[in-house]
Design a protein around this ligand. Structure first.
Ligand SMILES: CCCCCCCC/C=C\CCCCCCCCCCCCC/C=C/C(=O)SCCNC(=O)CCNC(=O)[C@H](O)C(C)(C)COP(=O)(O)OP(=O)(O)OC[C@H]1O[C@@H](n2cnc3c(N)ncnc32)[C@H](O)[C@@H]1OP(=O)(O)O
Ligand SMILES: Cc1cc2nc3c(=O)[nH]c(=O)nc-3n(C[C@H](O)[C@H](O)[C@H](O)COP(=O)(O)OP(=O)(O)OC[C@H]3O[C@@H](n4cnc5c(N)ncnc54)[C@H](O)[C@@H]3O)c2cc1C
Length: 666
C-alpha cells in the first residue's frame, strides 16, 4: 500500500487477536522463506515488464509474445542478479503466468534427473540448466491421456544403426497437450512403447530433438504446432500446448532414459533393480507441487473474497446508518470461512507432503523402494482432493463477491480459468482417486496377514477398534478435541474402505468388481485423503508456533476445516455409524460458534498470506479496500469507452433505430 494512502480496512485489521507478522512466517514456512518471498514479490511488482492487468484484453498472438518477453526478461534478471533456485521459483510464482518455462523446469529437467542414468544427466542437465535447450514433457496423445500404458507412439530399436526410430503410427498417437511443445521447445522427453527385436517392453521416455537450434525450424520427420485456444481469456492461453507427430524420426540409442531399463548396443534389454513405476516418477514429483499450488490459488481467491466481503454492505441500515457488511451475514461466513480454513489446511498438508516426497526420494537413491506405493497414493490422492476443492472454492469466491466478482478485474474469472485444468492435468482427479482406492483395498486385504500398515494407513492397524467404536461426543465443546475428531474421521474412512473390500469380495472377478464399485471406491479414497489433511493440520499444531495468538487462530481454523468436512459429508459419518445424528448436530453447533471467533480475525488471516496487489490483480481484493473508486476508474479504461459512440453505430444501430421510428408511425 502507498505510504499515507487511506486504509478502508484499517478497522478490520485493528480487531485482529493475533500477531499478523508471525502468522506470515508460519504461512511462508520460515522467516527466511518469508523474506525471500517478500523480496521477490517486490522485484516482480516493481518491474513494468511483468505488468499483467491488460492480459485478458490481448489477442492470443499478443498474449503469447508478451509471455515470451516476460520469460526472457525473468531469465535475464535471474542470471544478472544470480538468484538462487528458491528465489527463481518465487519469481515464477509472482510473475503469475503459465509459460513453457514451467514444463522445462517442472517436468523436462525432473524427468531427466529421475529417469536418466548418471551419464545422461551429465550430458543433458547442464544444457537444460543454462536453457541452451528448452524441453517439454510429451506423454499424452490425442487418443490416450489417463491410460499411460495405452500410448501408441513407438520407439523401435534399429541394431544396424544403433538408433531408435520414433514413430506416430495413427492419428490418435499424435502427442497432444504437452505445454511448451507448440511453439517453443527444442527438445522433448517423449513417451513411447519400446520395441526391441519385435518384442514390446512397455512405455519409456526418450529425449528427442524437435527443432533446429539455429533457426527453430522443426527437424525432418517432425510435425509440430499449437493445439488452439483454451478455456477463458488470458489464463492458460499464454501456454503453447502442442501437437506433435513423428514420422520415423531417428535418435541415438543413448537418448532413451535408461535408469529403469537399459537397451545395450547388441539389443539386449536389461531390467535394473529400480521398479518400473519410476517411469511415472516425474508425475509424482509434480503432483506434490500441485498440492502446494492449491493452497496458493485457494488463499488468493479467499483473500479477494474476504477483503471484499468486509467492504461490501447490503441491507440492515438502522436510522440512516451504514448497511451491514456482508461478511457479517452468517450465510456468508459459512460459505467463506471454511474456504479460509481449507487454504491453511492445504498449506500445511503440502508442507508435510513435500517432506514425505523428499524422504522417499532419498530412500530411492539408496535403493529402498518400499515407501513408493504410499508416496504414489498420497501424492495422487491429495492432488485430487485439493485441486477439486480449490476449483470449486474459486467459483464460490466469485459468487461471494456478487456481481462484481464476475468482472474480469475482480481477478476471479481468470484465476478460475487458469486453475481448473489442475483437476485434469497430472492425472484426472477421479482416475487418481481410483489409484488411492486400489492402495486402500490392498491394505485392508492384508490386515489379517500380519502385515502392519504404516504411514498414513497406520490407523487401519486398529481396525478391530475402529470398526465398532462409538464416538463419545456429548457436547459441542467435545468437538474441539482433536483426538475425538480424528477418531471419527478414522472410523468413517476405515469403515468405508472395509465395506468396499467386502463388496469386492462378492465378485468372482476382482477387476469386474472394481469397475462396478468404482463410485464407492472413489468416495472411500476421498475420505482417507480428507483424514490425512485433518491429521496433518492437527499435527502441525503440536509444533512450536511462535507469535501472539497465532496458535490459537490455527486451532480454530483446524477445527473449522475438520467440522466443515464432517458437516459436508455427514451422510458418510452417519451411514457408517461413526457418529450419531445428535453428534452431527453438535458438530454443526460448534462450527457456528467457531465462525464467530474467526470473524474479527478474518481480514488479518488473509493479510498473513502476504500477497501484493500486483499478485492478486484484483480490484475487489485491494489491500486498502478502496474498491468503488477503483472500479469506477477502471471501467473508463475499457477500450469500448475509447469513443462515446461505438464503432458500428452507423452500420448497425442507427438503421435499427430508424426502422423502429417508421414502425412506430404505422
Ligand atoms: C512467464 C514466466 C516466466 C518465469 C520464468 C522463471 C524461470 C523459471 C525458474 C524456476 C521455475 C520453476 C518452475 C517450476 C514450476 C513447476 C510447475 C509444474 C507445472 C506443471 C504443469 C502441469 C502440466 C501438465 C502436465 C501433464 O499433465 S503430464 C501428463 C500426466 N499424465 C497423467 O497423469 C496420466 C495419469 N495416468 C497414470 O498415471 C497411469 O496411467 C495410472 C492411472 C497410474 C495407471 O497406470 P498403470 O501402469 O496402468 O498402473 P496400474 O496397473 O493401475 O498400476 C500398476 C502399479 O503401479 C503403481 N503406480 C501407478 N502409478 C504410480 C506412480 N506414479 N508411482 C508409483 N507407483 C505407481 C500402482 O499403484 C500399481 O501398484 P500395485 O501393482 O502395487 O498395485
Ligand atoms: C492445461 C493442460 C496441460 C497439460 N499439459 C500436459 C503436458 O505438459 N504433457 C502431457 O503429456 N500432458 C499434458 N496434459 C494432458 C493431461 O495430462 C491429460 O489430459 C490428463 O492426464 C487426463 O487425461 P485425458 O485427457 O485422457 O482424460 P480422459 O482419461 O479421457 O478423461 C475423460 C473422462 O473419463 C474419465 N475416466 C478415464 N478413465 C477412467 C477410469 N479408468 N475410470 C473411471 N473414469 C475414467 C475421467 O474421469 C474423465 O471424466 C495437459 C492437459 C491440460 C488440460
Amino acid at each position: 500500500m502507498e505510504v499515507g494512502a487511506p486504509d478502508y480496512l484499517a478497522g478490520e485489521r485493528q480487531t485482529a487477536e493475533f500477531d499478523v507478522e508471525s502468522m506470515k512466517v508460519t504461512w511462508a514456512g520460515s522467516r527466511h522463506a518469508l523474506e525471500v518471498s517478500d523480496r521477490m514479490a517486490r522485484l516482480v511488482a516493481s518491474d513494468p515488464v511483468f505488468r499483467k492487468d491488460n492480459r485478458v484484453m490481448l489477442s492470443r498472438k499478443e498474449l503469447f509474445k508478451n509471455t515470451l518477453r516476460k520469460a526472457a526478461h525473468a531469465w535475464k534478471r535471474i542470471v544478472e542478479l544470480r538468484l538462487t533456485e528458491e528465489e527463481a521459483s518465487r519469481v515464477r510464482f509472482f510473475v503469475d503466468e503459465p509459460a513453457f518455462t514451467d514444463l522445462h523446469w517442472g517436468m523436462f529437467v525432473p524427468a531427466i534427473k529421475g529417469q536418466g542414468t548418471e551419464e545422461q544427466q551429465q550430458k543433458w542437465l547442464p544444457l537444460a540448466y543454462k536453457m541452451q535447450i528448452i524441453g517439454c514433457y510429451a506423454q499424452t496423445e490425442l487418443g490416450h491421456g489417463s491410460n499411460v500404458q495405452g500410448l501408441e507412439t513407438t520407439a523401435t530399436f534399429d541394431p544396424k544403426t544403433d538408433e531408435f526410430i520414433i514413430h506416430s503410427p495413427t492419428l490418435t498417437s499424435s502427442k497432444w497437450w504437452p505445454g511448451g511443445l507448440g511453439k517453443v521447445s527444442t527438445h522433448a522427453v517423449a513417451y513411447a512403447r519400446l520395441i526391441v527385436d519385435g518384442q514390446e517392453h512397455g512405455v519409456h521416455g526418450f529425449i528427442v530433438q524437435l527443432r533446429s537450434l539455429d533457426d527453430h525450424m522443426p527437424l525432418p520427420g517432425i510435425t509440430v504446432g499449437d493445439i488452439g485456444m483454451k478455456f477463458g481469456s488470458g489464463a492458460y492461453n499464454s501456454m503453447d500446448n502442442g501437437v506433435l507427430r513423428f514420422d520415423n524420426v531417428r535418435i541415438p540409442r543413448d537418448q532413451m532414459l535408461m535408469r529403469v531399463l537399459q537397451v545395450t548396443r547388441e539389443g539386449k534389454v536389461i531390467q535394473s533393480d529400480v521398479p518400473r513405476q519410476l517411469i511415472y516418477g516425474t508425475m509424482v514429483f509434480v503432483r506434490q507441487t500441485i498440492v502446494a499450488d492449491a493452497s496458493c490459488a485457494l488463499s488468493r481467491a479467499v483473500c479477494i473474497a474476504t477483503r471484499y466481503s468486509a467492504v461490501r454492505r447490503q441491507f440492515g441500515s438502522q436510522n440512516g446508518g451504514p448497511e451491514t457488511q456482508v461478511i457479517d451475514y452468517k450465510t456468508q461466513q459459512s460459505r467463506l470461512f471454511p474456504l479460509l480454513a481449507s487454504a491453511y489446511a492445504f498449506r500445511f498438508v503440502s508442507e508435510w507432503l513435500k517432506s514425505l516426497y523428499t524422504d522417499v526420494t532419498e530412500k530411492l537413491q539408496r535403493g529402498e523402494f518400499s515407501t513408493l506405493p504410499e508416496a504414489h497414493a498420497c501424492t495422487a490422492g491429495l492432488k485430487s482432493i485439493t485441486t477439486s476443492a480449490t476449483a470449486d472454492a474459486i467459483e464460490e469466491c466469485r459468487k461471494l463477491c456478487g456481481g462484481h466478482g464476475y468482472l474480469a478485474n475482480s481477478g476471479l474469472p481468470e484465476l478460475f480459468a487458469v486453475y481448473v485444468p489442475a483437476c485434469t492435468y497430472e492425472g484426472d482427479n477421479t482416475v487418481l482417486l481410483l489409484q488411492v482406492a486400489r492402495f486402500l483395498v490392498k491394505t485392508v486385504s492384508q490386515l489379517g496377514s500380519g502385515k502392519v500398515p504404516v504411514g498414513t494407513t497406520a490407523y487401519m492397524g486398529r481396525a478391530r477398534h475402529l470398526i465398532q467404536c462409538k464416538s463419545n461426543v456429548q457436547s459441542a465443546e467435545d468437538w474441539l478435541n482433536p483426538q475425538v475428531v480424528v477418531e471419527a474421521f478414522e472410523a468413517r474412512s476405515l469403515r468405508m474402505s472395509v465395506a468396499c473390500a467386502e463388496n469386492l469380495a462378492k465378485f468372482p472377478n476382482p477387476e469386474e468388481g472394481f469397475a462396478q464399485l468404482a463410485a464407492d471406491l472413489v468416495e472411500a479414497a476421498a475420505a482417507h485423503c480428507q483424514l490425512i489433511v485433518v491429521t496433518k493440520f492437527f499435527e502441525k499444531l503440536q509444533q512450536d508456533i511462535p507469535g501472539k495468538g497465532v496458535k490459537k487462530q490455527l486451532q480454530i481454523l483446524s477445527s473449522v476445516y475438520a467440522l466443515y468436512i464432517l458437516h459436508k459429508h455427514l451422510g458418510d459419518f452417519l451411514s457408517t455409524g461413526s457418529i450419531t445424528p445428535k453428534q452431527g448436530a453438535l458438530a454443526n453447533d460448534q462450527l457456528r460458534s467457531l465462525y464467530s471467533k474467526i470473524r474479527p480475525n478474518a481480514v488479518a488471516l488473509v493479510d498473513a498470506f502476504n500477497y501484493t496487489d500486483h499478485y492478486l490483480s484484483s480490484v475487489l481484493g485491494r489491500y486498502d479496500g478502496n474498491v468503488y473508486p477503483t472500479l469506477y476508474e477502471e471501467a473508463w479504461k475499457d477500450p469500448l469507452n475509447d469513443s462515446v459512440v461505438p464503432d458500428g453505430y452507423q452500420e448497425y444501430i442507427r438503421p435499427l433505430l430508424k426502422q423502429q421510428i417508421r414502425n412506430a408511425r404505422l
